[in-house]
Write a protein that binds this ligand. Sequence first.
Ligand code: 5RP
Length: 243
Amino acid sequence: MTAPVSPASTSSGTPAAGAISQDELKAQVGRAALAYVTPGEIVGVGTGSTVNKFIDALAAIKDQIRGAVSSSVASTERLRALGIAVFDSNEVEELGVYIDGADEIDHRGFMIKGGGAALTREKIVAAQSRRFVCIADESKLVQTLGAFPLPVEVIPMAARRVMRQFEAMGGVAQVREKEGLPLVTDNGQHIVDVTGLRISEPVAFESEVSQWPGVVTVGVFAHQKAHVCLLGTPAGVRTLQFD
Ligand code: 5RP
């Protein structure tokens, strides 16, 4: 997962001397997100390689928080391994902050998420949080959503129909696979990934696709957009405010 960050990179694909790796940019924003954690509270925790850096940083202040609500089995396991209590989302009415990564984020705080197949639980925890703090390296910032394949969690029997609907919109859809079989999410469902879409109106798009029969969750996060984005850059962490 470590990739060089331009301009200071070598043709061999390893960071040049003095360059900051993508992994280090993720670690930077993971640490920076601690500033948004309120002592004594339960923290909403997302999923992915950037969030893993946040979880590792959170472990250093675990005695100052009550615990976390997690958005995936993978994050739950990592949190518990580090001694951080994990609460069921039904046990907690509201969270102050949700910290999560993104596959793409635009200048309004709208995102594509679900590269790690955790989009449904991510949207649930985001919805129960007052503030969404997105942590990402600068490669995730885009003008318009849609270059990253859009993940959509679907009930398996609806997959083909949903794919045809995306194809009618000009997209190219395929069922995500793992080891030659359809990937099964933490919720027992499948993921359809859609390329070729340019999502210029994310709020309307999310509303429409969410209504299609068999769609569990569409990976556009517009209704649950980010309020803040901590963007890792070679010059340091850049804070984008959307509220
Ligand atoms: C998982 C997600 C992740 O937040 C997204 O894929 C970004 O992951 P990473 O930090 O590994 O780039 O939505 O479902």
